[in-house]
Each structure stands twice: as C-alpha cells, then as structure tokens.
Design a protein around this ligand. Structure first.
Ligand SMILES: Nc1ncnc2c1ncn2[C@@H]1O[C@H](COP(=O)(O)OP(=O)(O)O)[C@@H](O)[C@H]1O
Ligand SMILES: [Mg+2]
Length: 301
C-alpha cells in the first residue's frame, strides 16, 4: 500500500515508528508536513499539492494532527477523504474529540462514567458552576487544551473563582470539573485500536502535580485494567468513532471516569512502558481495514 502520514514533525518518535512499521511490512510511506499541503477544492476532482507538486493517490492516510493546527489539519484530512484516501481516523471523529465539552456530552449520552462537569458562558454564574460540581476543590480546564497545559486545580472557592474569572476575562472557553482526589495524581491511558484494547499504562504526575501528563514530567508503568475499565474505554472509542485512540481514565470512588479521548495518542510512553509493538498493530489494522476509494464520513453529531 501507499500510505501518507500527516504530521508536522517527521522526526517525532510516534511518526518514525509508524513509518518504520509500515516499511517493514512492505508499504510505501510518505510523511507529509500537514501545513505544507495545499488544497484545490474543485468539484469532481479534488486535489492536494505538496511543495508545489500534485500528490498522487494514497491508499490510506494516518492523521497525526496536533491540537495547535486542528483547523487546517482537518481541512487537509477532509481533502484526502474526498480524494478517496482511507483515513485511519476520520476528520469528523477527530473534530469531535478535539472539543472537550462536545466529547463529554456525547460520552454522557452513551451512559459512560465522567467526572461531574459544568460549563457556563456568563461569568456572573461562577458561584453556581462551582456549586454544581460539589464546591472546591475543582479542576478548571481549557476546552481545547492539551498536554496538561490549561488544566488548573482551584483548591479553594476563592482561588477557583479567580481562575475561572481570569479565563473568562481572556475570552477562552473552559469547563469546571469535580476534582477526583482519590486518583492521587495518577491516570490510566488505555490504547484502543479497532475496538480492542491493545495496551494500557498508568501515568503518575511529577511530585506535587495532580496532572499525570508525561509532557509535564509524569512517569509511566504497565498496569492491568479491570473489565469495567476495559469496556469503558472500548465504548468511548466507539462513541467517538475513532479507530485508534487513547482513552484516559481516572479511578474514582464511583468507578472509572473518562477524562478525555485522544485521537493522536503518543506511542513512545506506551511502547516503552508495555514493551509492545503498538505501531505494528496499527499498521496491521490499516492492512486489514483500509478501503481506498470507498471512504465515507459517518458524521453523527
Ligand atoms: N477532574 C479531575 N480530577 C483529578 N485529576 C484530573 C482531573 N482532570 C484532569 N486531571 C489530571 O490532569 C491531567 C490533564 O487533564 P486532561 O483533561 O487530560 O487535559 P489535557 O488534554 O491537557 O491532557 C489528567 O491526566 C489528570 O492527571
Ligand atoms: Mg490528557
């Protein structure tokens, strides 16, 4: 097969591993810098160009679209879909996963466990929002944040209020969440590929940080997950419509709760923690499922 990887930085571990796993299996791979792809949106014959040259037909595309270029990245991916290239994750599903509020609403509707979460546009409602999630301490997060940036713990009513007001004043959208203290600065990343759990790791934050993101200095280790955690992750992936995703769970007093579903999960932490060839599993999935020329976006909310 001829596979394109849409990625801004070809040298990242995850992108290198996916390219290597594909080449090992005899596929041709191009890593395309998403921002250098230009689009020609003409009826009947959609085209994409790379550094001025027309891109030939790919059989499959692996979108690795960073949060900071979601808008353009999704436009490029849609163009590939229009050209009949089979996407590992569809543009619509990635778009869903990028908005934390939209994701939570979809997961809640599917009956999946979530931290109690509130959202208000009007800054005058701050007291109500804090009360709605059970009072301080609360977690305040940017709707489109990533890698732990923009996730803040409001330990007291007063500090929570000032953080919420500061974010609202800066005109950014946030959500406010019950703080799952019993998770103890640890979360579980479950990797789902094609509706199956293929790996799981426990991530623990740096000392004195409640955020367990590896980008924030957290560490990862192998973990055995419970059947309930497994089914939560699989159902979340299905509801989001993602073939490949990292489902982040917290162990709360009321069972597993989903924090987010990541549509471009990093491979380095989880391959090293579990010793598994995750990139290879992803390429195997593409081999078994890619249907070039028959792509259809199953948009559902
Ligand atoms: N409600 C919460 N209760 C306890 N810890 C949380 C909560 N929300 C987030 N965290 C911690 O902060 C980290 C980052 O939050 P997350 O929502 O995943 O944002 P990001 O997209 O920036 O990674 C999580 O991995 C978790 O360790
Ligand atoms: Mg996260």
């Amino acid at each position: 097969m001829k596979i394109a990887i849409l990625a801004r930085n070809a040298n990242l571990y995850s992108h290198q591993r996916l390219a290597e796993a594909a080449r090992e299996r005899g596929h041709e791979v191009d890593i395309l810098n998403t921002l250098r792809v230009t689009l020609n949106i003409t009826s009947h014959r959609p085209e994409a160009y790379y550094n001025g040259e027309k891109l030939e037909r790919y059989d499959a595309v692996i979108p690795r679209i960073g949060a900071s270029i979601t808008f353009y990245g999704l436009a490029v991916l849609r163009q590939f879909e229009m050209m009949g290239v089979w996407p590992l994750n569809e543009s619509v599903a990635i778009g869903r996963s990028r908005d934390k509020l939209r994701s939570m609403q979809l997961l809640a509707k599917a009956g999946l466990g979530l931290p109690v979460t509130a959202f208000a546009h009007d800054p005058k409602q701050t007291d109500d929002v804090i009360r709605m999630v059970g009072g301080a301490p609360v977690v305040i997060k940017l709707l489109e944040g990533t890698q732990g940036i923009g996730v803040v713990l409001g330990e007291t009513e007063k500090s929570a209020k000032s953080v919420i007001e500061a974010f609202r004043g800066a005109n950014v959208n946030i959500l406010v969440q019950e703080f799952i203290k019993e998770a103890g600065g640890t979360d579980i990343r479950v990797l789902v590929v094609g509706g199956k759990v293929i790996a799981a790791m426990k991530r623990t934050g740096a000392p004195d940080d409640f955020r367990s993101n590896l980008h924030r200095g957290g560490s990862a280790e192998l973990i055995r997950i419970t059947p309930e955690e497994r089914s939560t992750a699989v159902r979340a992936a299905k509801r989001m419509g993602l073939n490949v995703c990292g489902v982040d769970l917290l162990r709360s007093n009321h069972g597993p709760v989903i924090m987010e579903v990541n549509s471009s999960p990093g491979l380095e932490g989880i391959e090293k923690a579990t010793g598994k060839d995750i990139a290879g599993t992803i390429i195997d999935f593409i081999e078994a499922n890619a249907r070039p020329g028959k792509t259809a976006t199953r948009g559902r909310g």
